[in-house]
Design a protein around this ligand. Sequence first.
Ligand code: PNS
Length: 168
Amino acid sequence: MSRAVCPGSFDPVTHGHLDVIGRTGRLFDEVVVAVGNNVSKNALFTPQERVDMLTEACSGWPNVTVALFDGLLVDFCATHDINVIVKGLRLVSDFDYELQMAQMNRELTGVDTVFMPTAPRWSYVSSTLIREIAGLGGDVTAFLPGPIADRTLRRVADRKGGNHPDAA
Ligand code: PNS
């Protein structure tokens, strides 16, 4: 049984992430999407909210599950019997850092990383840009599944209204 992990922050999950997750699901028997349990100051959604949104977005793929992880990714892989990390690569500028992490993770426990080029139509999409554009009143609906775009716009509006729902 081949099992891979697609790790990330997914704040929020975009069509670019889903492209990589869906294609990974065609290459491996099981895929675990692992959401880093890091609550950064700039996060729009809590880790659990991200898990919930991903679970809904991936519900059409029976071999894909979603989990939170704390600590080192290599420890999560060991606990879940996963020996391949799949990372999407959008641009050459992603490569330096991703290569460094891949080599470090391999050195730590022997877990390998496979890089998957993002579909060109999503190569310029990042969660960071989505948060910035939505925060400045731009239209992000083309880059996210509909329900997630709605939640993103609502969260941004709540923040502007002075409400700070449960996100940090
Ligand atoms: O979506 P992101 O922000 O690129 O995701 C980065 C993530 C969560 C995959 C990465 O930061 C990670 O693996 N964090 C877990 C901590 C860890 O294992 N650090 C050592 C990396 S060599």
